[in-house]
Design a protein around this ligand. Structure first.
Ligand code: ZN
Ligand code: FE
Length: 252
């Protein structure tokens, strides 16, 4: 399997998945037609369009790509009226095939009520849309903080080697936030060097890995005593810490 990162709009990422054995071409969250089409052209086809959630910056290319390539559009069943051109309705924990790849639907509401992730266990890859970012997490728009917290917990238990492909290049800003409230984290300092080097060279900071996120993403470290102390909430529950951090990040 091969994955191509396609920068779209200001800071979005779409991803092309090429499964060689059956020559199957898929795209995750085509934000807009042109940048995606430039890459798809090299493959001369687009079989599948996989959507993590209904927001415009994730579905903007749907209809034009479907028209040109006669692709099938996949999305969460309850969002069928909000995902343009949807053909295949997906359910929580469903496993479906993209060529020879088995893809599992992980239901992770919070950013939107119908947000899903696509997990390819065999390849150790997950597409997390706007739920888990590199060093951050998505804003809570349609769900509750509790839902978002529980969704992140579903991702935390996957194989740490899993490579995480998220919907936006927000890493730099997220890094600043993490550094503010997780001051003594040496892993974070190490990652800072690496991230700055990539940004300087104009390279995507994506993918990240779950292992790295567990060590450095403050939203996955709500159980850490140093993080609790930094917020002056050492007796708060992990979920209360998450809520506090998410609120702080909204105005950061
Ligand atoms: Zn979104
Ligand atoms: Fe987005």
């Amino acid at each position: 399997m091969k994955i191509e990162v396609i920068p779209c709009l200001n800071d979005n990422y779409s991803y092309l998945i090429y499964e060689e054995e059956t020559n199957t071409v898929s795209i995750v969250d085509p934000s807009e037609f042109s940048p995606c089409e430039k890459i798809i052209k090299n493959y001369k086809k687009l079989d599948n369009i996989l959507i993590t959630h209904h927001h415009a910056d994730h579905v903007g290319g749907n209809l034009k790509l479907k028209e040109k390539y006669n692709s099938k559009i996949f999305g969460y069943q309850k969002d069928k009226s909000r995902i343009p051109g949807i053909d295949i309705l997906l359910y929580e924990d469903q496993i479906f095939n993209v060529g020879n790849l088995e893809v599992k639907v992980i239901f992770i509401p919070g950013h939107t009520s119908g947000h899903i992730a696509y997990y390819i266990k065999k390849e150790n890859v997950i597409f997390t849309g706007d739920t888990l970012f590199s060093l951050g997490c998505g804003r809570v728009f349609e769900g509750s903080h509790k839902q978002m917290f529980e969704s992140l917990n579903k991702l935390k238990i996957l194989d740490p080697k899993t490579k995480v492909y998220c919907g936006h290049e927000y890493t730099k800003k997220n890094l600043e936030f993490c550094l503010t409230f997780d001051t003594e984290n040496s892993f974070l300092r190490e990652r800072e060097q690496d991230i700055n080097a990539k940004i300087k060279k104009n390279q995507p900071t994506i993918p990240t890995s779950l292992e790295e996120e567990l060590k450095t993403n403050i939203f996955l470290r709500c159980d850490n005593i140093k993080v609790k102390q930094a917020l002056n909430q050492k007796d708060s529950s992990d979920q209360e810490i998450f809520t506090k951090l998410r609120d702080l990040k909204d105005t950061f």
